[in-house]
Design a protein around this ligand. Structure first.
Ligand SMILES: [Zn+2]
Length: 144
């Protein structure tokens, strides 16, 4: 049995910092109309080896995500910390982090991401894009 970590100890600091940032990004993206209702999911790498991600819990309304609703998962999408199930799309986050070396995955389901993925995907059909928030804002502006 793994030893239970001290919930307020220094080992939790990276998770808690990531959880705060993900909650903030969720609310921010919602306020910009980039994430609608419960659509989309966001994660950040806490550790690479072994892989640990902080990720939005399943079914959260992105306009009022709190840090306590973020969970920590391993590479098999098993919840190691937090009380919710991980996002239904956790496997996509794990794959992107591994394939692209991404530090965070902001999967929005926005109209803009859907349009862009249709334009950019060579095989077509995806519903997300990999971009940093500044690039994303530029794309968004380009469509207005
Ligand atoms: Zn999706």
């Amino acid at each position: 049995m793994p030893r239970k970590a001290n919930r307020n100890g220094p080992r939790n600091a990276p998770f808690l910092a990531a959880a705060r940032e993900i909650a903030e990004v969720s609310r921010n993206f919602y306020s910009r109309g980039w994430a609608l209702g419960t659509g989309g999911n966001f994660s950040a790498v806490i550790r690479r080896d072994p892989l640990r991600l902080a990720i939005t819990g399943s079914g959260l309304h992105k306009g009022d995500v709190e840090p306590s609703q973020i969970v920590e998962i391993d590479a098999q999408e098993k919840v190691l910390r937090g009380t919710r199930r991980a996002s239904n799309e956790a496997a996509i986050h794990v794959a992107i982090v591994r394939e692209r070396g991404a530090g965070a995955v902001l999967h929005t389901h926005s109209v803009w991401a859907t349009v862009l993925s249709g334009m950019q995907a060579s095989g077509g059909g995806a519903h997300g894009v990999v971009a940093n928030p500044r690039e994303f804002a530029e794309y968004e502006g380009a469509f207005r």
